[in-house]
Design a protein around this ligand. Structure first.
Ligand code: SAM
Length: 384
């Protein structure tokens, strides 16, 4: 069973779970009754998670015992995995992977080739949606790490095959004796891939493209996407795509942005004037007070008998706490406080995780002969 494709309700021993600490801090764990998940706020024993529903909030008292610390235990999804996985390479983030899969028409009948596997971020997204994924990685250590990870996540039993291969030098055909997760039967010599979608995240995709004709489906339109950070790479790819008969070529760049909706206090000109007057008044009071303190210290004979002098020398706040400040400092006003006027605004988050590479799409139909029978049926149905 794959933790990424089958949903379950209850957290159980041995599950891969994702611990949501904050939006940019999500950690994968394997539920083990004897283990504890440690954070800087405190420790969460796994046994307290077992039997609870996925999505549950788990609370403990913090180390100082004064407050509570919270985590949420979530079932893995490709989107959450992308945010929490151990990075072995640059990865493809969800804004790109979702767009690419949609453009390549990926669905339950798709057979996809991916190279290279890298950290397996996109592999998890493909695995959830497509019929079969063939992924290729030439780096021996990264291949082993991905192989183990896919096995642990149940992806190899489902629809993922990983092969160690330099696809630029040796293409994509998988044969008996190759370093691959395919198990060949006695009669099989090679895998008939027949891919209808290809994703290349390689430094030189133009060297891999000439090998694709051997492994793509000949009976349907096949989509290809190359993910390249430099425009020079795109240029070289375009040349080879044209040479090898790929058409409908288009280059796209995804610029993911997240908009946050919030309320902003309405500030009038009168508010600004009031605020300026307040600042000036408090500044003058501070200057006067310090002047008086300085004079008193200069005349000091060691005995402070004068009551006024005592009062002046007592520690006191430099300025009186402001009562109303529409500009954010001083007394804090809760967003949306009904005593003030608010307007609805959107704020753009600057930090959205998406790697801005150029996406080059192209399509190819190998067998361009007309199926006269099908065309006849279609024309007949239209003329009715
Ligand atoms: N798309 C992956 C993800 O989302 O995690 C990241 C891919 S990473 C940027 C590129 C990977 O391609 C690296 O792991 C690298 O070892 C592999 N690679 C580079 N050239 C290759 C080649 N000729 N054949 C197979 N893999 C290759």
């Amino acid at each position: 069973m794959s933790y990424f494709t089958e949903y379950k309700d209850v957290i159980q021993e041995g599950d891969l779970a994702l611990i949501w600490i904050s939006r940019d801090n999500i950690k994968p764990i394997t539920i083990d009754v004897t283990a504890t998940f440690n954070t800087r706020y405190g420790s969460f024993p796994h046994k307290d998670m077992i039997g609870k529903k996925y999505g549950s909030q788990i609370a403990i008292r913090t180390k100082t015992n004064k407050k509570f610390a919270f985590i949420h235990v979530l079932q893995p999804t490709p989107e959450l995995w992308t945010l929490s996985l151990p990075h072995r390479t640059q990865i493809v983030y969800t804004p790109d992977s979702s767009y690419i899969m949609q453009r390549l028409n990926c669905g339950p009948s798709s057979t996809v080739i991916e190279a290279g596997t890298g950290s397996g971020s996109f592999s998890h997204a493909f695995a959830r949606s497509v019929k079969q994924l063939y992924t290729f990685e030439f780096h021996p250590v990264r291949y082993e790490q991905a192989l183990k990870e896919f096995k642990d996540h149940g992806l190899l039993e489902e629809n993922v095959i990983i092969t160690q291969r330099d696809v630029c030098a040796n293409g994509f055909t998988i044969k008996k004796g190759d370093l691959t997760s395919v198990t060949f039967s006695d009669t099989e010599e090679s895998v008939d891939i027949g891919a209808n979608a290809i994703f290349l995240d390689l430094p030189s995709p133009w060297d891999a493209i000439p090998h694709l004709d051997e492994v793509i489906s000949h009976n349907e339109k096949v989509g290809l996407c190359c993910f390249s950070p430099c425009i020079e790479q795109v240029d070289k790819t375009l040349e080879v795509l044209e040479k090898f008969g790929w058409t409908n070529v288009e280059m796209v760049e995804i610029q993911g942005k997240q908009y946050e909706s919030r309320r902003q206090m309405v500030r009038t000109l009168d508010d600004a004037m009031e605020r300026l007057k307040d600042i000036k008044k408090r500044k003058l009071e501070g200057v006067e007070r310090r002047k008086r303190q300085l004079e008193n210290l200069e005349n000091d004979d060691g005995n402070i008998e004068d009551e006024e002098e005592k009062k002046i020398l007592e520690p006191q706040p430099l300025t009186e706490k402001t009562k109303y400040n529409p500009f954010g400092k001083g007394s804090r006003i809760r967003e949306g406080d009904s005593n003030y006027e608010w307007k609805q605004v959107t704020k753009m988050e600057t930090e959205v995780k998406s790697h801005t590479s150029y996406l080059t799409f192209a399509f190819k139909t190998m067998n361009k002969t007309r199926n006269e029978e099908k065309v006849g049926i279609l024309l007949a149905s239209l003329s009715k």
